[in-house]
Design a protein around this ligand. Structure first.
Ligand code: CDP
Length: 205
């Protein structure tokens, strides 16, 4: 059983996907952390995220990142991740890893941008989680504040909009709902309500 949870930055898809995985006893993969790990490796070696060759080499030697590494979550790495994610060679390496993961019994929940469209088009359930950009910027701000980081709301909103545009307009695996995805707008929902709404959508799938 595969549950695909796609959506834009800070839409609530990660929290939701993690809860669904624990509810069903499935494995969970935050696929954004793979692109973040590639981006971090590129930046650490002093290259720029627009350097396709450096990004490809980093993707080829990708090992499962430590998701709790705070360096992975910085705004610089978020922006760089969406740049390296536009390179087909990077996506090809990451694709292989994700498909193997998705096949792990008894089931898996993967969250990302292209899980329902490209990585697992055969997924049993596809959710596309959205929220208004202002709500998403606010959530990200609170998330970072909880980790002791002070960010500017307007800058965060601009970064989120820029990342949405890059993710939606790239030539390969752009962010978009699969034709058979169930849409869930979490703008006015707290975590628990969003989880209950997702369960209802899954039961109706
Ligand atoms: O947590 P947040 O929603 O901010 O971002 P993320 O899921 O960690 O993804 C970081 C970046 O990786 C995105 O902006 C995308 O450019 C890229 N990504 C992707 O292209 N495909 C995926 N399946 C997951 C992430």
């Amino acid at each position: 059983m595969i549950i695909a949870v796609d959506g834009p930055a800070a839409s609530g898809k990660g929290t939701l996907a993690r809860r669904l995985a624990s509810h069903f006893g499935f494995h969970y993969l935050d696929t954004g952390s793979l692109y973040r790990a590639v981006a971090l490796a590129v930046l650490k070696q002093g290259a720029v995220p627009a350097d396709a060759k450096a990004a490809e080499i980093a993707a080829a030697s990708l090992i499962l990142p430590d998701r709790d590494d705070p360096a992975l979550r910085s705004e610089a790495v978020s922006a760089a991740a969406s740049m390296v994610a536009a390179f087909p060679q990077v996506r090809a390496h990451v694709l292989e890893y994700q498909r193997k993961f998705a096949a792990t019994p008894p089931g898996a929940v993967l969250d990302g941008r292209d899980i329902g469209t490209v990585v697992c088009p055969q997924a049993d359930v596809k959710l596309f989680v959205t929220a208004k950009p202002e709500v998403r910027a606010c959530r990200r701000l609170l998330e970072r504040q909880a980790q002791g980081e002070q960010l500017d709301y307007d800058e965060l909103l601009a970064d989120i909009r820029a990342r949405d545009a890059r993710d939606m307009n790239r030539a390969i695996a752009p962010l978009k709902p699969a034709t058979d995805a169930r849409l869930l707008d979490t703008s006015d929902l707290d975590i628990e309500t969003a989880f209950q709404a997702a369960l209802r959508l899954i039961e109706g799938s």
